[in-house]
Design a protein around this ligand. Structure first.
Ligand code: PGA
Length: 255
């Protein structure tokens, strides 16, 4: 019903895969499968060192380039970190924030996710904000509470205007890289909970206009069903985004 109020976004999360030369090779294949697919935005989020090569290789195509993290300070003594301005100067316009692997392995918290989101938006980046429940949280019946809390904490202090540059990716942690996908109904229900939370923070118009993706073992086989759901406005795809034919099938499913 409200699907035409928001953009469908298919984004690849390459994680720690592909050297710059390998990235260019994969992008050459992706260009073919991404050509003339006007009904969705296509983004690839690549490792930091691949960004210049990826931006160059994607020039003149419909593929947009994103990073997988960004620091919240503008500059300073933060060894190993990258600022939003550094990304923008490279021609990067998107960034994933709060991926569960960052939360699990690198101490990312809801508070740092919020700080990074604000810094990225203030600099002019579009954010792909990741949230999602753990397996034990789903089993304990607190998925709705977890999603609502993560959404509220991540979006704290944002304006409705800034929400135009926020994409939310619902990624159940138990489905990431495991081959276990949420059912279409589970994905739709969870994305709906996130949308209701966005409506409670801002209003229905903002919620209706917010792209909410599903992520977690989305692949060429299950994408069409997941993407057919009312509240699923796209996908954040890990493993399957590294294979051009599979990513192509997912892009086609979004048409
Ligand atoms: P996956 O990863 O598709 O390999 O499960 C998704 C993600 O981590 O964004």
């Amino acid at each position: 019903m409200n699907r035409n109020l928001r953009k469908t976004v298919i984004a690849g999360n390459w994680k720690m895969n592909k050297t710059p030369a390998e990235a260019v090779k994969l992008i050459e294949e992706l260009k073919v499968v991404a050509e003339n697919k006007k009904n969705c935005d296509i983004i690839i989020c690549v490792p930091f060192v691949d960004l210049p090569a990826a931006v160059e290789a994607c020039k003149g195509t419909d593929i947009k380039v994103g990073a997988q993290n960004v620091h919240f300070e503008k500059s300073g003594a933060f060894t190993g970190e990258i600022s939003a301005d550094m990304l923008l100067e490279l021609g990067v316009n998107y960034v994933i924030i709060g991926h569960s692997e960052r939360r699990q392995y690198f101490g990312e918290t809801d508070d740092t996710v919020n700080l990074r989101t604000k810094a990225a938006l203030e600099a002019g980046l579009t954010v792909i904000l990741c949230i999602g429940e753990l397996l034990n949280e789903r089993e304990d019946g607190i998925t709705a509470e977890v999603l609502s809390m993560q959404t509220k904490k991540a979006l704290k202090g944002l304006t409705a205007e800034q929400m135009k540059k926020v994409i939310i990716a619902y990624e159940p942690v138990w489905a990431i890289g495991t081959g276990k996908t949420a059912t279409a109904q589970q994905a739709d229900e969870a994305c709906g909970i996130v949308r209701d939370t966005v409506a409670s923070i801002f209003d229905k118009a903002v919620a209706d206009a917010t792209t909410i993706q599903y992520g977690g073992s989305m692949n060429a086989k299950n994408a069409a069903e997941l993407l057919s759901m009312e509240n699923v406005d796209g996908g954040l795809i890990g493993g399957a985004s590294l294979k051009a034919p599979d990513f192509g099938v997912i892009i086609d499913a979004a048409q």
